[in-house]
Design a protein around this ligand. Structure first.
Ligand code: GAR
Length: 195
């Protein structure tokens, strides 16, 4: 099977990036990590996995469009076909969405449409729900909106601390994201007939 050239986008510690890198037999080659937070923990992980990292400071651009045009040039230069958002805490604008239409997916730690945006785990915990979960979805121009590909519920037990809920959610994220990527690309890639 031909491997899809992929980029991961992350702003934080990168545990989902790590889960993708460590998953067995994924039909992707992660050729680039895009990070919008200089010093983020994910950068050290990229180095460990030998993945080229591009660090951006979006605020230093005159507009979101200018930032994304530079991103697009970088992604095209690396031959990137698909983008996996893994804790990228920024709304993707029309430039990047248009350039990679239908080929950007995101993971979010709630059962969307419940608790979009930042600190979804804290939001759910504060709301006192007995079930939250994980969603993997195609992105659109909204905040954690777009067609849902997969969801998995996660229980919140009486007496749980927020940290316990977070750990339970992360375990699901690290299994579900690679699983969805594998399934999705199996459906959309083709056999390389030249080999
Ligand atoms: C993950 O829980 C991911 O679902 C969430 O950020 C965290 C990143 O953790 N994403 C969002 O909230 C997107 N709105 P990580 O850096 O350890 O992968």
């Amino acid at each position: 099977m031909k491997k899809v050239r992929a980029a991961a986008f992350a702003s934080g510690t990168g545990s989902n990036f790590q889960a993708i890198m460590e998953a067995e037999g994924l039909p992707i080659e992660v050729v680039l990590l895009v990070c919008d937070k200089p010093g983020a923990g994910v950068l050290e992980k990229a180095e460990r996995f030998g993945v080229n990292a591009s660090v951006f400071e979006p605020k230093s651009y005159e507009s979101k469009s200018a930032y994304e045009q530079e991103l697009i040039a970088e992604l095209n230069g690396a031959g990137v076909e698909w983008i996996f958002l893994a804790g990228y805490m920024r709304i993707v604008g029309p430039d990047l969405l248009g350039a990679f239409e239908g080929r950007i997916i995101n993971i979010h730690p709630s059962l969307l449409p419940a608790f979009p945006g930042k600190d979804a785990i804290g939001q759910a915990y504060q709301a006192g729900v007995d079930t939250t979960g994980v969603t993997v979805h195609f992105i659109d121009e909204g905040i954690d909106t777009g067609p849902i590909i997969a969801q998995e519920p996660v229980a919140v037990f009486p007496g749980d601390t927020e940290q316990q809920v977070k750990e339970r959610i992360q375990q699901v994220e690290h299994r579900l994201y690679p699983q969805v990527i594998r399934q999705l690309l199996k459906e959309t890639t083709y056999e390389d007939k030249t080999k």
